[in-house]
Write a protein that binds this ligand. Structure first.
Ligand code: URA
Length: 210
């Protein structure tokens, strides 16, 4: 079982994350680094996928070779920043099914409101990996995971680049069964809901918007 929180301390991940945090890193470099880190984080979040064997023929003989068991994975991106993690992971797991969840924050209640949700079929039989680079308040992440559960998903993991303690606590309270994999656990959220020290607005930095 993955722990509730796994911080991937691998030197390559930490080095690339430092480059991403720097305020003068260009949009092109930020995007490239995010894609590279997503591969390394995907390696960690898929570490305990159930395995089986299938009989294959090598050029020398038949063998029972290991293969991932069960239905194809479902990757679910929380729009829009989740898409920055999605592309790299899909290179590693090209057969995965992909879903999207769009949420915005109601300015009055500050609660997440769903504006888009398209998930793969048979979620009850798939392992789902929800991706969003920034686990800040945890409100939209918790809401996205609830949508997956409503669609029948039973095995869900959450993958992010940076997490704030507030977001981790929120997820633990709402979804204690969902392990979180991240590259770093930062100090806190500021008054505007940004992760500190963080890296700023992940969507703006990857898409070059303001
Ligand atoms: N979303 C971001 O893009 N950055 C933060 O620091 C928090 C939420």
């Amino acid at each position: 079982m993955l722990d509730h929180l796994t911080v991937v301390s691998h030197p390559l991940v930490q080095h690339k994350l430092t480059l991403m945090r720097e305020k003068d890193t260009s949009t092109a470099s930020f995007r490239k680094l995010l894609r590279e880190i997503s591969l390394l984080l995907a390696y960690e979040v898929t570490r305990e996928l159930p395995m089986t064997t299938k009989t294959i023929e090598t050029p020398l003989c038949p063998m029972d070779a290991p293969t991932i068991d069960g239905k194809k994975l479902a990757l679910v991106s929380i729009l829009r920043a989740g898409n920055g993690l999605l592309d790299g992971i899909l290179e590693l797991i090209p057969a995965a099914r992909v879903g999207f969840v769009g949420l915005y924050r109601d300015p009055e209640t500050l609660q997440p409101v769903q504006y888009y949700c398209k998930l793969p079929d048979q979620m009850e039989d798939r392992i789902a990996i929800v991706v969003d680079p920034m686990l800040a308040t945890g409100n939209s992440s918790a809401a996205a995971v609830s949508l997956l559960k409503e669609a029948g998903a039973k095995q869900i993991r959450f993958l992010c680049l940076l997490a704030a303690p507030e977001g981790v606590a929120r997820m633990k309270e709402a979804h204690p069964d969902v392990p979180i994999v991240t590259a770093a656990l930062d100090s806190h959220l500021n008054d505007h809901g940004y992760i500190v020290p963080g890296l700023g607005d992940a969507g703006d930095r990857m898409f070059g918007t303001k």
